[in-house]
Design a binder for this molecule. Structure first.
Ligand SMILES: CC(=O)N[C@H]1[C@@H](OP(=O)(O)OP(=O)(O)OC[C@H]2O[C@@H](n3ccc(=O)[nH]c3=O)[C@H](O)[C@@H]2O)O[C@H](CO)[C@@H](O)[C@@H]1O[C@H](C)C(=O)N[C@@H](C)C(=O)N[C@H](CCC(=O)O)C(=O)O
Ligand SMILES: Nc1ncnc2c1ncn2[C@@H]1O[C@H](COP(=O)(O)OP(=O)(O)OP(=O)(O)O)[C@@H](O)[C@H]1O
Ligand SMILES: N[C@H](CCC[C@H](N)C(=O)O)C(=O)O
Ligand SMILES: [Mg+2]
Length: 506
C-alpha cells in the first residue's frame, strides 16, 4: 500500500510523503521488518521513539511518530515517509484500519467489559452465534478464535493493530461477527480506538487493577468509556447488569445507546426498562436451571454451567444474542448446548468422592462467590481453598482476598500465583493480614505444586477443594535472580496427578 494511502484520513499534525510501498504496520521495533511502517509512540515503561533507528535498520520504510523531535530528525531522509501525530495509539488504530482494509466496518462487533465474567460471557456469546451457524472472531484472555481456528491469546485486549489484523483474517474466513473482551487497560490506552460496537455488555465492577487505575472511581470511568464509544459512535445497544452498584454510572455513559438491562433473582420490573430477568434459579454441580423473563416472552433455561455468577453470564449472553437478532427460542436452545469455559469452575473428576474445582477467581469478589457456591454444593463436607495473589499487581486486594477466603472456608492454603518480580513470602504475608480474624484453619505452602498435593491429600470424601487464581493459565511466572522466568504449570494437570498419586496409594 502506498504511504499516502495509508495516512489518508488519519489525524496528523504534519506529513512528509515519500514514494514507498508499505507492506506492514508495526508498533514494536522487535517485530519490524522490510517494508514496515513503524508507529513510534510514548509508553509508560519506555518510549517507542527510542527505537526508530532500530526499526529503520530492520527495513522500515515509513515512520509515524508522536515526537516532534523525531519528526524533525527524519526530515533529511527523503527515502522514508514520515508523519507526526498527537496521539500515537489513535494513529496506530487509524493506519492499521486503512492497511487491513477496514474489517471493523464489516464485522458486527459485541464487546464485554467488567471486572469478572468477561471471558466467560464472550465465550457464551460466541457459542450462541455458532449455534445458529454464524461465523465469528473471538478475542479474549484465554484464546483467539478466527472461525474454526483457535490459538492462545497474548493479551485480553491486544493493540488495535493486532485486533484489526485478526478481524481481517476473520473476514477472509467468512466471519460476519466478532466478540471481544475490552479490558480497562485497553479502554484507557485506546487500544480499541475506532472500533464501532454493535452491542456493548457490562458484567460488574468490583476491586481489581488499582495498581494501574489508582482508585475505584478511575477504574469505573475506564469501564464506562466503552459505552460512550472510543474514537467512534456509541454502541447501538448496551446490555447492563442492573444488579451491580455501578449500573447507574454505566447507564448514564450509555446515553447514546439503546439500553437493555438484566438481573438475577427478582421479578420486580422497572416499567421503563427493557429488562431480562432470571428467576427461580436452581443450582447444582454441572447444571443450572432458571426462568428467563424477557420482553420477548418467558422460557425455562437449562445449562451445563455451574453457579450463580454463570446465571448472570448466561443472561447477559442471551440478551446479547437477541440484540444480534437471535430469537428467544434460539437462545434457549443454544444455551443448553454451551459448555463450561476452560479454567472457570472446571471440575477434575476422580473416584475419591472429592469435588476438585479449578477456577480463575483472582479478586475478593470472585473468591467470595466461588466459596459461597462451594458451601451451597458441599452440604456437610468441608471447603478447602488454595490460592495466592499475583505479584506486580494490585497489592490492596491481597488482604481482601485473604478475608474472603477465610470467611467461607474450613481450611485455607495460601500459596503462590505468578509472584513475578516480588518475593512470594511477602505476598503471602499481605494475604495473611486478611485471614487473621477469620475462623478458617490456615496453612502457608509457597510451592504451588506442593500446595495442590496438600489440599488433595487432606480432603475427605464429601469435601470440595478449590484451586483458585490460575484457571486456564499454563505457566507460573517468578523471579530468578534478576530475570523473570516462566515455567510450565497447569492447575488441572497438577490436580490430576495429585489425585492419581492418592488413588494409587489406596
Ligand atoms: C500497563 C500496560 O497495559 N502496558 C502495556 C502498554 O505498555 P506501554 O504503553 O507502557 O508501552 P511501553 O512498554 O512503554 O512501550 C512503548 C512503545 O515502545 C515499543 N517498544 C518497546 C520496546 C522495544 O524494544 N521496542 C519497541 O518498539 C512498544 O511496543 C510500545 O509501542 O503497551 C504495551 C504494548 O502493547 C504492552 O506490552 C503493555 O502491556 C504490559 C506488558 C501488561 O502487562 N499489560 C497488562 C497489565 C494488560 O494489558 N492486561 C489487560 C488485562 C487485564 C485483565 O485481565 O483484566 C489486557 O488487556 O491484557
Ligand atoms: N458474572 C460474574 N460475576 C462475578 N464473578 C464472576 C462472574 N463470572 C465469572 N466470575 C468469576 O471470575 C473468574 C474469572 O472469570 P472470567 O475469566 O470470565 O472473567 P474476566 O473478566 O475475563 O477476568 P480477567 O479480567 O482476568 O480476564 C471466574 O473464574 C469466576 O470465579
Ligand atoms: N489477567 C489478570 C489476571 C491474573 C490472574 C492471576 N493468576 C495473576 O497472575 O495475578 C492480570 O494480569 O492481572
Ligand atoms: Mg478475561
Amino acid at each position: 500500500m502506498r504511504f499516502e494511502e495509508i495516512v489518508r484520513g488519519v489525524t496528523t499534525l504534519a506529513v512528509r510523503l515519500a514514494p514507498v510501498d508499505v507492506r506492514g504496520v508495526e508498533y514494536d521495533s522487535r517485530r519490524t521488518g522490510t517494508g514496515s511502517l513503524f508507529v513510534a509512540m510514548r509508553g509508560e515503561a519506555t518510549d517507542g521513539n527510542r527505537y526508530v533507528a532500530v526499526a529503520l535498520k530492520l527495513g522500515a520504510v515509513a515512520v509515524l511518530t508522536d515526537s516532534p523531535t523525531v519528526f524533525e530528525d527524519l526530515t533529511s531522509r527523503s527515502d522514508i515517509g514520515v508523519a507526526l501525530v498527537e496521539y500515537g495509539r489513535r494513529a496506530l488504530a487509524e493506519v492499521s484500519a486503512n492497511f487491513f482494509g477496514h474489517p471493523e466496518q464489516v464485522l458486527k462487533l459485541c464487546a464485554v467489559t467488567g471486572t469478572n465474567g468477561k471471558t466467560t460471557t464472550a465465550f457464551l456469546i460466541e457459542g450462541l452465534l455458532r449455534s445458529v451457524s454464524r461465523k465469528s472472531v473471538l478475542l479474549g484472555t484465554i484464546e483467539t478464535h478466527v472461525v474454526e481456528n483457535v490459538r492462545p491469546s497474548p493479551h485480553t485486549t491486544p493493540e488495535s493493530r493486532d485486533v484489526l489484523e485478526i478481524f481481517a483474517e476473520g473476514v477472509r474466513a467468512g466471519a460476519t461477527e466478532a466478540v471481544m473482551e475490552m479490558s480497562s487497560h485497553a479502554l484507557v490506552q485506546e487500544r480499541v480506538w475506532g472500533l464501532p460496537l454493535d452491542v456493548a455488555v457490562f458484567t460488574n465492577l468490583t476491586q481489581d487493577h488499582l495498581d494501574y487505575h489508582g482508585t475505584m472511581g478511575e477504574y469505573a470511568r475506564a469501564k464506562a468509556l466503552m459505552f460512550r464509544g472510543v474514537g467512534t459512535l456509541p454502541p447501538r445497544i448496551a446490555v447492563i447488569n442492573a444488579d451491580d452498584p455501578s449500573a447507574g454510572m454505566m447507564v448514564e455513559a450509555a446515553s447514546g445507546c439503546e439500553v437493555w438491562t438484566y438481573r438475577v433473582g427478582a421479578r420486580e420490573f422497572d416499567e421503563n426498562a427493557y429488562e431480562f430477568v432470571a428467576d427461580d434459579v436452581k443450582l447444582g454441580a454441572g447444571w443450572t436451571e432458571f426462568a428467563l423473563v424477557t420482553p420477548m416472552g418467558e422460557r425455562v433455561v437449562r445449562s451445563q454451567l455451574t453457579g450463580r455468577v454463570n446465571v448472570y453470564n448466561l443472561v447477559a449472553a442471551m440478551a446479547t444474542g437477541m440484540a444480534r437478532g437471535l430469537s428467544l427460542d434460539e437462545c434457549v436452545r443454544g444455551a443448553a448446548e454451551l459448555l463450561p469455559v476452560p479454567g472457570r469452575f472446571e471440575t477434575v473428576g476422580n473416584d475419591l468422592g472429592i469435588t476438585v474445582v479449578v477456577d480463575y477467581a483472582h479478586t475478593d469478589d470472585a473468591l467470595r462467590n466461588l466459596i459461597g457456591l462451594a458451601r451451597e454444593l458441599v452440604g456437610e463436607g468441608r471447603v478447602i481453598t488454595m490460592f495466592g495473589c499475583g505479584g506486580d499487581r494490585d497489592r490492596t486486594k491481597r488482604p481482601k482476598m485473604g478475608r474472603a477466603a477465610g470467611d467461607g472456608s474450613d481450611l485455607v492454603i495460601v500459596t503462590s500465583d505468578n509472584p513475578r518480580s516480588e518475593d512470594p513470602a511477602a505476598i503471602a504475608a499481605d494475604v495473611l493480614v486478611g485471614l487473621q480474624d477469620t475462623k478458617a484453619i490456615v496453612e502457608v505452602e509457597l510451592n504451588r505444586h506442593v500446595a495442590i498435593r496438600r489440599a488433595i491429600t487432606v480432603a475427605k470424601a464429601g469435601d470440595i477443594v478449590l484451586l483458585a487464581g490460575k484457571g486456564h493459565e499454563r505457566e507460573q511466572v517468578s523471579r530468578q535472580g534478576s530475570i523473570l522466568v516462566s515455567v510450565p504449570f497447569d492447575d488441572v494437570m497438577e490436580a490430576r496427578a495429585a489425585l492419581d498419586a492418592r488413588s494409587s496409594k489406596g
